[in-house]
Design a binder for this molecule. Structure first.
Ligand SMILES: [Zn+2]
Length: 335
């Protein structure tokens, strides 16, 4: 029941678009580090048995040897000595501990004759689950190690992160996704007549074209390279590692903020029937860009701020930020 509550908290609904096994894994492997309660409990059982086998220096071990000494004789003969009393009946708690321990020994290649902590045992379990997220299986050409790392970069605002996480996992609840599960009657895009897939909504649809062009323009300002609209970047946040980390930081801000703006606008139109124009999206992006620049100005030392945002703005003698780029949205409406 507690495990179910964890996932209810994450999704806020019954539909779970990403498998639980994936979410148990580490964030760099596509998960969210969600605690697997069954494995946590097994880790506590095992830690208890390891302490018995390794003669952990504490009074309760002597009692535990009375119950389990004979069963664990193979791993430490001294606890099965005839000089120590042993019970023939094992309490249910130790029956469970020994059952988990037997399974662990059969599958574990490491030594049990060392004191493992609960955390080490749990991490061992999680790492050996070898879960490959569905998106990794479906799209072999993308470097998902890079994508998962980027989703959890400090450049990605927490609100954008939720959206980007679902986008990278191909688990965003687009009309096509819901239609394929018979949850709605049409897969049509909210803005046009094509099927609303993630690729369509965030890259191909006219709603995203103008904002994506502005993102490309800002990327061009940073590197002077002619960046192209690529699914790897605009869908999977797979930013090229060949640039400096400061440049990648700004790229990730631009990509994640623009994904979030597209998704939020789509929801406003779909659920609240709000009116919009592609120009509104550009205004929102520029507003967020200014906000992120001011935020970083307040929280980073001036040298670091200069390294990150030096192409976009200067800090004047009064220690105020002066934008070097003209961030009037009207300029970017027709690029
Ligand atoms: Zn569309």
């Amino acid at each position: 029941m507690f495990q179910k509550r964890c996932f209810n908290f994450i999704w806020g609904r019954k539909l779970e678009p990403i498998s639980r096994k994936t979410l148990y894994s580490h964030m760099l492997k596509g998960g969210l580090n969600v605690p697997n309660l069954e494995l946590k409990i097994h880790s506590f059982y095992l830690c208890h048995i390891f302490k018995i086998i390794n003669n952990y220096n504490t009074p309760w071990v002597e009692f535990a040897v009375y119950w389990t000494g004979l069963q664990l004789k193979k791993y430490n003969p001294s606890i099965a000595s005839n000089n120590i009393p042993h019970s023939e009946i094992i309490p249910p708690f130790y029956v469970k501990c020994l059952s988990v321990f037997t399974d662990f020994v059969e599958n574990c290649k490491s030594s049990v004759n060392s004191l493992w902590t609960v955390k080490e045992i749990y991490n061992y379990f999680i790492e050996n689950m070898n879960i490959e997220p569905k998106c990794v299986r479906d799209c072999k050409s993308v470097d998902f190690n890079n994508s998962f790392k980027n989703v959890f970069s400090s450049a990605v605002d927490p609100e954008c992160r939720n959206t980007c996480f679902s986008i990278v996992h191909n688990a965003l609840l687009t009309n096509q996704y819901l239609f394929s599960r018979n949850m709605i009657r049409s897969s049509k895009c909210t803005f046009c007549s094509k099927p609303e897939t993630i690729d369509h909504l965030f890259v191909e649809c006219y709603i995203s074209t103008s904002i994506n062009k502005v993102v490309l323009f800002f990327m061009h300002v940073l590197t002077a390279d002619n960046h192209k609209l690529s699914l790897k970047q605009f869908h999977y946040l797979n930013v090229d590692n060949s640039y400096d980390k400061e440049i990648n930081y700004v790229f990730l801000i631009l990509l994640s903020e623009s994904r979030q703006i597209i998704w939020r606008t789509r929801n406003d139109v779909k659920f609240d029937k709000k009116l919009f124009s592609p120009f509104d999206l550009i205004c929102k992006l520029i507003y967020r860009l200014k906000y992120r620049i001011l935020l970083d100005f307040k929280r980073f030392p001036s040298e670091k701020f200069e390294l990150i945002w030096g192409n976009y703005c200067d800090v004047n003698a009064n220690k105020k930020v002066e934008l070097r780029l003209d961030l009037n949205p009207a300029i970017y409406a027709n690029i």
